[in-house]
Write a protein that binds this ligand. Structure first.
Ligand SMILES: [Zn+2]
Length: 682
């Protein structure tokens, strides 16, 4: 009740602000055909374009044609000063799904996870009666990273050995879903990954953009965007709304950065954004806006609150950050604030640019620039995350946090530990390519090749935690025990207490089956961060190794609540559950494995035995009948099948007992001799 009235009060304040500022001029009328009925809630298509620079798509883009995006821009509202919150996929999408800056949602880098206690967009809409479906194209957004919450369908399936899929494949999947005519209203989120490196566009774009393969990828993606929008508008009835947005850009050499993640210049922070739908004034907006407002805009369309919706632009100081170089390499934290045409970057020292007159950010205005008090405060109080990462941050929302900070009650975040001599990321550009190459080799598990590169990085940048940890892990994977421990020791010296260092050291002990050394480390990490998969998986292995199977089972169940298990993992889970006589759990695991594997499933014997134990006789009969004669446990299958036959009182039970006797091996011979069920039969 209080919450609702407060939100109402905020909305009227925001409205009053808008009227005063005249942000929505009377001349700009919403597109009538899309305004729909005043009451029906629209179905919403959200498309996120990975790694797409603002200047690489849309009517203003040079050297490329993107007709699908251009058509949306012509029908709707294009925001020409939209900004990512982070130049990395997972943190940026986490902002769109929660409406929060990273300080609020806790995800500053890829391969972390969105804590469960952060409310997400899909949950809100599903609770309000929407159907929700997501189709993502990269492992970076796989279910395990926490964005699947609230989606009825979360399609993150990739071919084995692949870490991404093409916009064409993802669109095919989304169109198949739309072809089944899902009930409405619908929230459909589609994520495209094509422009991400390496750049290998399909034909005809490969030839057409032979000299600019990155643009070729964007053009190929745009073609699929066109297919998707067409299908959405054709197959989804009722009012509709569409929002297309970039998650971050790509360096392409600007400021010495080839890809993204290390710097906060326009190449990677400035992104495309277009809205088409009810209540959206057609035209172009030059107000700086944050993509975190995707969250509020979708809520607004769904009738769930309009604060911060992009349908009503008010002036805002747009914030952004790139903390990976700080968290992973120990360099200066980087924060940016954009207000009007002014962009200020704080990373050790201040830089200021006029991004309208100087979009390439070549003329630093910092010495004489007069920044607003709001911008200065935002930069100064921006909550820098802790290097030790003692679990996810507290429960304060970004708004509450900033409110408290502006009242002077608390400092906005934990006081960051930044080394006195920490370099500025922009001064370290000579290492960017080496870091990217090392990262790629490491992920490809080419440990022998990556070791000399990591040693070179550490020679130039001795406090680089990421390089020290990877060096330790590479040695560990190659069985270099002494070198691994030396490198872990070095990493622990760089950031004492680091959760990452403890995690990877524990996994080193797990690899060496040193359960007693691994266990206490992993117990502590799991207590600090209950959804941290590598720690959960390490601890499950430790418990299995120690013979503590019930605990191992409970951990496995937790793990599979965070990410989907493979068929092989389900089989292993079923076998473990069977060995501690947890029959219902074992049945469930084997059934799921069979569902995934189909005719390749080889565990019908176990499943038959379990069904028999659960007195599910018809299912036991069917499972045992599927065991082939070539199966090494075929004698056991015949014995169990004969038992089932007697219990079901089948007419051929005598013949089945006879068959079991004839094919008996040492084990079943004994069992058959003692089996009481077989004694009463003629
Ligand atoms: Zn991305």
């Amino acid at each position: 009740m209080t919450l609702r009235s407060r939100a109402g009060a905020r909305r009227s304040l925001a409205l009053a602000g808008l009227l005063l500022l005249g942000a929505c001029s009377a001349a700009e009328k919403p597109e009538p055909s899309e305004a729909g009925s005043a009451t029906a809630r629209p179905s919403i298509l959200l498309v996120t374009l990975d790694t797409t620079r603002a200047d690489a798509i849309g009517p203003e883009a040079r050297g490329i044609e993107t007709p699908a995006f251009d058509a949306l821009a012509a029908r709707g509202r294009e925001f020409r000063q939209a900004y990512a919150t982070v130049p990395e996929t997972l943190p940026s999408h986490s902002s769109m799904m929660t409406g929060l800056y990273p300080a609020g949602h806790g995800v500053h880098e890829n391969s972390r996870y969105l804590p469960r206690n952060r409310p997400v967009l899909a949950e809100r809409l599903r609770d309000a009666g929407y159907r929700t479906a997501a189709f993502v194209s990269s492992f970076v957004l796989a279910r395990r990273f926490g964005l699947a919450r609230g989606f009825d369908v979360y399609d993150d399936e990739l071919l084995p050995g692949h870490v991404e899929r093409t916009a064409r494949d993802t669109t095919d999947r989304a169109l198949a879903y739309l072809g089944r005519q899902p009930p409405q209203p619908l929230l459909l989120w589609v994520h495209y990954f094509d422009p991400h490196a390496p750049y290998a566009p399909p034909e005809p774009f490969r030839s057409r953009y032979a000299k600019a393969p990155y643009l070729g990828e964007v053009a190929a993606m745009d073609e699929q965007l066109g297919r998707l929008v067409h299908a959405f508008e054709e197959r989804v009835g009722g009012p509709r709304a569409i929002l297309v947005v970039g998650d971050h850009g790509e360096g392409l050499g600007d400021h010495g950065e080839s890809q993204h993640g290390n710097l906060v210049y326009q190449a990677t922070m400035h992104v495309p954004l277009v809205l088409v739908g009810p209540g959206v004034a057609r035209g172009v907006s030059d107000s700086p806006v944050s993509i975190r407002r995707v969250f509020h805009t979708v809520l607004d369309w769904a009738g769930l609150g309009g604060v911060d919706s992009l349908r009503a632009e008010g002036p805002e100081v747009v914030l952004g950050e790139a903390m990976k170089p700080f968290l992973s390499y120990g360099w200066q934290p980087q924060v940016m604030a954009v207000e009007g045409p002014r962009k200020a970057i704080l990373a050790g020292r201040l830089e200021v640019y006029d991004v309208v007159a100087d979009p390439e950010e070549t003329r630093d205005l910092a010495p004489g620039a007069d920044l607003s008090q709001q911008t200065r405060t935002a930069l100064r109080d921006y909550p820098v995350p802790s290097l030790e990462a003692q679990g996810p941050p507290d429960n304060l929302g970004e708004e509450e946090r900033r409110k408290l900070a502006s009242l002077g009650y608390v400092s906005a975040g934990a006081s960051p530990v930044v080394r006195k001599d920490a370099p500025r990321p922009t001064d370290m550009r000579r290492l960017f390519d080496l870091l990217d190459t090392a990262s790629t080799l490491f992920v490809q598990e080419q440990y022998g090749r990556v070791i000399p590169l990591l040693e070179r990085i550490l020679a130039e940048d001795p406090h680089n935690l990421d390089a020290a940890l990877r060096l330790a892990t590479a040695h560990s994977m190659l069985g270099h025990e002494r070198a691994a421990l030396a490198a872990f020791g070095k990493a622990a010296n760089i950031v004492p207490g680091s959760q990452d260092v403890r995690t990877y050291l524990a996994l080193h002990y797990v690899r060496g089956r040193q359960w007693e050394k691994a266990a206490p480390l992993l117990e502590q990490i799991v207590a600090e961060a209950p959804d941290r998969l590598p720690a959960l998986e390490g601890l499950a292995q430790v418990r299995e190794g120690q013979g503590r199977l019930e605990e191992a089972l409970a951990l496995r169940q937790r793990i599979y609540g965070v990410r989907a298990p493979t068929a092989a993992e389900l089989v292993r889970l079923g076998q473990m559950a069977m060995s501690v006589e947890k029959t219902p759990l074992a049945i469930e695991a084997f059934e799921k494995a069979r569902g995934l594997q189909g005719s390749a499933f080889e565990h019908d014997l176990e499943l038959g035995v379990l069904y028999l134990a659960a007195r599910r006789l018809a299912e036991a009969r069917d499972a045992l009948d599927r065991v082939p004669a070539s199966h090494p446990g075929y004698a056991m299958a015949l014995f169990k099948r004969a038992q089932v036959s007697v219990l079901l009182n089948e007419p051929d039970q005598a013949a089945r007992i006879e068959a079991a006797r004839r094919r008996a091996d040492a084990t079943t011979h004994e069992l058959i001799a003692r089996e009481r069920l077989f004694r009463q039969t003629p």
